[in-house]
Design a protein around this ligand. Structure first.
Ligand code: GLU
Length: 457
């Protein structure tokens, strides 16, 4: 019983959604991230027909949990941190999504991130719903022991809310494999049984998957490699700027560099470097690993020397005259205020939500192709799915097997998204939502629609 079909004309569902959303958001601030995220959904609903029941369900996050986490600090004092875990929708399977440690984490942000995860998992056809978690904290100010107590305290607080068949956390901004290992261990202590599949992104030796650490970047690389040829854009004459030099941004920059792209600019939270001749990304990564900062270096063995470069701000990086711009840091980097400055021809969203919805029309007007987060950065959660499968089977795959399966899935869903965009004459972001919504709508409707119950036969 499928109520969801692609159509180019219907607007009534979109209107219905937006008026309902308006009602439900009346009390929220005007700048609510979730409200902004929902605008993409409204846009997609104009291009498919979906049952009213499914729309009604997708209007609200299913469950939002707010917790206080008391942590004994190294100096003997007690500090209480705010934590969140949101399950947006779990119709297609247990909730799935990362946990973010950042001083700006709010419930609104976690809800929108959980919303994106719902569409990301549907788009990649993973048997998961969307979830997300976060703690409002600057992890750089904590010692390693404090960070461990905070992570275990978070699991103590949300243990009844997660589980291998309920909701499965993973890494996100400023969380990593070590933290996932602590979380899995703490959950196993609480449940009094080893429960590896409760968390993904763990260290290899604790049941992590080969290729999980590089998965977001590798997945994005496959999307870039599958789409740029459609515009006859070849690596050797493609210049790239990458905003954000964390796990995803730095590994992707290196993959692109090795494939022959000219990566001319990179940045981290403190600022960036630019050289039109192209940067030596492996050297910069090596330097960043040992010094925690970005420098325009060229290294031979252990000897590094500074190369000619310009120091640029993050805002300047976004406005560089390059072919490909890759925002791989945080949300809301390109907004209505600076969208006009963007000169890139293609944007690949490696961060979640780096473009505010108000910038969409401005970028489209300028003829810039935007490949959206829910497709481009989906490699991370895809290999998380592989990790979960391996944990449940107790049968582990090689790096080649993981990357091959990732490649097949990323390329297939990229092609399906691209052909929806072509068929309906819509942008790639809207096509990605249409594709995910088709799968979600089908699952929601399989539980029964008002048509089904109102129809006597
Ligand atoms: N935090 C990543 C994301 O936003 C990965 C989530 C996961 O692996 O569950 O997609």
């Amino acid at each position: 019983m499928t109520q969801t079909t692609v159509s180019a004309t219907s607007t009534s569902n979109a209107d219905l959604f937006s008026s309902q959303l308006e009602k439900s958001n009346r009390k929220k601030t005007e700048h609510s991230l979730l409200t902004d995220a929902s605008k993409r959904l409204e846009q997609a609903l104009k291009h498919l027909s979906m049952s009213e029941d499914a729309i009604e369900r997708l209007r609200h996050p299913k469950t939002s949990l707010t917790v206080s986490i008391p942590v004994r600090m190294d100096n003997g004092s007690l500090q209480v941190f705010q934590g969140y875990r949101v399950r947006y929708d779990d119709t297609r399977g247990p909730g799935k999504g990362g946990v973010r440690y950042h001083p700006n984490v709010t419930l609104d942000e976690v809800q929108s991130l959980a919303f994106w995860m719902t569409f990301k998992c549907a788009l990649l056809d993973l048997p998961f719903g969307g979830a997300k978690g976060g703690i409002t904290v600057n992890p750089k100010e904590l010692s390693k022991a404090e960070l461990e107590r905070l992570s275990r305290g978070y699991v103590d607080a949300i243990a009844d809310f997660i589980g291998p068949d309920v909701d499965i956390p993973a890494p996100d901004v400023y969380t990593n494999a070590t933290i996932m290992g602590w979380m899995m261990d703490q959950y196993s202590i609480i449940k009094r049984q080893l429960s590896r599949a409760v968390v993904t992104g763990k260290p290899l030796t604790l049941g992590g998957s080969e290729g999980r650490n590089t998965a977001t970047a590798t997945g994005a690389f496959y999307v870039i490699q599958a789409t740029l040829p459609k515009f006859s854009q070849k690596p050797h004459n493609t210049t790239v700027a990458v905003q954000g030099f964390g796990n995803a941004g730095s590994i992707l920059a290196e993959l692109l560099f090795k494939a022959g792209y000219k990566v001319v600019a990179v940045s981290d939270s403190k600022g960036g470097i630019y050289t039109p001749q192209g940067l030596d990304i492996p050297s910069i990564r090596e330097y960043k690993n040992s010094s925690r900062s970005i420098k325009a270096v060229y290294c031979e063995d252990t000897v590094c020397s500074i190369v000619e470069h310009q120091v640029i701000s993050n805002a300047e990086l976004l406005a560089l005259d390059v072919d490909v711009l890759i925002p791989a840091a945080l949300e809301n980097q390109i907004t209505a205020e600076n969208a006009n400055d963007v000169k890139a021809k293609f944007i690949y969203e490696v961060a979640n939500g780096p473009i505010a919805s108000a910038a969409d029309a401005i970028l489209a007007e300028k003829g810039i192709y935007v490949f959206p987060d829910i497709l481009v950065n989906a490699g991370g959660v895809t290999v998380s799915y592989f990790e979960w499968v391996q944990n449940r089977n107790g049968w582990y795959w090689t790096l080649e097997e993981v990357n091959q399966r990732l490649k097949v899935r990323m390329e297939a869903e990229t092609e399906k998204t691209w052909s929806i965009a072509q068929k309906l004459g819509i942008d790639v972001r809207t096509a990605a939502y249409v594709h995910g919504l088709n799968r979600l709508g089908e699952a929601l409707d399989a539980k029964g629609t008002r048509n089904y119950y109102n129809n006597p036969v």
